[in-house]
Design a binder for this molecule. Structure first.
Ligand code: TXA
Ligand code: MG
Length: 329
């Protein structure tokens, strides 16, 4: 990697959106906000740009990328939608849902972006800045979360800067994101499968489908054989600190990541206390999760005790990311 690029960081406005689209067209790497987390965009049809993107993130190139498009019609040019996929797209796009579908025959997305699979992950993001950039660029944009591979996803432009400054061309600062965890990924195969819990709660998808979503036949975490969502490797969301889940006490030397009331034996001796949502709101907790893990890391916390978080709604995605964080690297 040619580190030492001058990374520009510009506020989101019309001129920045135009510059972002030009940069993408020239093969550049542009970080921009989506409603879930910040993404690192590259022209999905440009293999050289995609190779740079994998390099900038330090991401293994066997881990495929999500193609972001402006609308379902653009999605249908790169992926084959069955009736289930169409139903989900109609119900939830634009929004925090990614569909894994068979590629179309003349799919313009580079093979490098899909890691040679015959399926492709597609998403229509809802964030106005992401939408403006996609409109101005006019083609599919691959965008993994804009963090170094293995770090937690960025929910602000400052997070992107601390991971990727000097490695990418432009950061479009559109403020804090509104969802805070990555999109929910559903594979539309014979039966729809929940490949990654995320910003769209499973219950909402099941209501539209009128049936429960299956989980992958093998736990993608186990790293046995070929995982269905290859990025769901156990170590994916690790902060530096050790993470201890479902804590009922704070042990000596631990920081506390609370949910609801802070009250807990040992809390007075905690090295730091951050509360995901004092009023016990899972949506609010999701918006704080990655930022607080980063903040506790940068305060030098060596261990983080995490209070139990309920499993419903966005709690499924929050608990999924916490479980991965607890596995360490
Ligand atoms: O919310 C999000 O989805 C964010 C924003 C930027 O859109 N993006 C994001 O991308 O989280 P990334 O690259 O960090 O995660 C994409 C996940 C990975 O786990 C990858 O393995 C999986 O999607 N994936 C991509 N293509 C796939 C495919 N064809 N089959 C199965 N899994 C796929
Ligand atoms: Mg990621």
């Amino acid at each position: 990697m040619k580190v030492g690029l001058k990374t520009q960081i510009w506020p989101a406005n019309e001129a920045t959106v135009a510059a972002a689209a030009r940069c993408l067209a020239e093969g550049g790497l542009v970080a921009f906000p989506t409603e879930t987390v910040y993404g690192l965009g590259a022209d999905a049809t440009n293999p050289a740009a995609i190779a740079r993107l994998y390099e900038a993130k330090g991401r293994p190139s066997f881990n495929p990328l999500i193609a972001h498009v402006g609308d379902t019609a653009a999605g249908e040019r790169i992926a084959r939608f069955d009736p289930t996929a169409t139903k989900l797209a109609e119900a939830f796009w634009p929004g925090p849902l990614t569909l894994v579908l068979p590629k179309t025959e003349d799919c313009a997305v580079a093979d490098l972006a899909t890691a040679g699979l015959d399926t492709i992950a597609v998403r229509v993001p809802a964030h106005p800045v992401a939408r403006a950039i996609l409109r101005a660029f006019g083609g599919p944009v691959v965008a993994p979360s804009a963090n170094l591979s293995g770090h937690v996803s960025p929910t602000s432009a400052a997070h992107v800067q601390s991971d990727l400054a000097g490695r990418i061309d432009l950061i479009v600062d559109g403020g804090a994101v509104t969802v805070g965890v990555e999109s929910t990924i559903v594979g539309c195969f014979d039966a729809p499968i929940l490949l990654r819990p995320g910003g769209l709660p499973r219950g909402e998808i099941e209501r539209v489908l009128g049936r429960p979503l299956a989980r992958p036949p093998q736990d993608p975490d186990q790293d046995t054989g070929q995982p269905l969502a290859p990025g769901m490797l156990a170590s994916h969301y690790a902060p530096r600190a050790q993470v201890r889940l479902n804590a009922e006490t704070v042990e000596a030397g631990e920081a506390l990541l609370a949910f609801g009331s802070n009250a807990m034996p040992g809390v007075d001796a905690a090295t730091a206390v951050m509360n995901l949502s004092a009023r016990g709101d899972l949506n609010e907790a999701a918006t704080h999760l990655f930022g607080y893990l980063r903040a506790l890391d940068s305060k030098g916390a060596r261990a983080i005790a995490v209070m139990p978080v309920p499993h419903h709604g966005l709690g499924e995605a929050i608990n999924d990311r916490l479980r991965r964080a607890a596995m360490g690297r």
